[in-house]
Design a protein around this ligand. Sequence first.
Ligand SMILES: [Zn+2]
Length: 251
Amino acid sequence: MHGVRARVVRLLRRAGYVARWRWARVEDGVRRVGPHVVPRWTYRAGPAAGLEAVDPWRMARRLMLCSAAWYAQARITSADALRVVAQPRPCGQVHVCPVCARRRSWTLATALRAAVEEDHAAGVVRGVALVTLTHRDEPGATLRAELARFRRAWDSLTRGRAGMAWRQAVTSWFIGLEVTRGAAGARGELGHGWHVHAHVIVGVQDSESAQWIGERWRAATLRASRALLGDDRGAWLPGAGGVWSETHADG
Ligand SMILES: [Zn+2]
């Protein structure tokens, strides 16, 4: 993880040069960070024009210092004694820091496991399944557009009239949205399109739900593709992977 972190620091430094020299930005107001008010910078050009500017150099600095400093945490032990424990101070940048990402993923997984076990014990769900929802990428589309199209499909699956049927079949769910940059992204390179997909944990009442969710998701991605791309090319293709990964049915 420290090797990965060193690589990310180098990438961010390079990104800082690119962002500074290629894309003009302008100070156009203030934003609130906790109790503080700081200037807000917006890109005037480039792929993120109109969006708030980030400073990759600042992110790189924070990343380098992740867990380098320590703080003292007071804990009450089971014997009612006060103990002071030294803890490393994390940078908290979960999308760029491998150490913080790992920590967050562990915390989230632990909380999810507890929630699923509780639902199971209370009889709220009978089976739990991991579902992967994908749609076909649109090469060259912006991340914002691809996210909007995915969210539209998800909303049309879970909200409105279709959503009533969804909530009857799927008693509870947790959606983890992921974005990779094309197939090349797996090799650490930049691909041609943003691949937005989601891993969803669903609590279901019967094993027929797999087929049912697949059909519904196909219809939802079709609607989103027609509305935002003008035709069917962005819909989920049933043979292209996705939807059912694994089920853990009860009994
Ligand atoms: Zn960190």
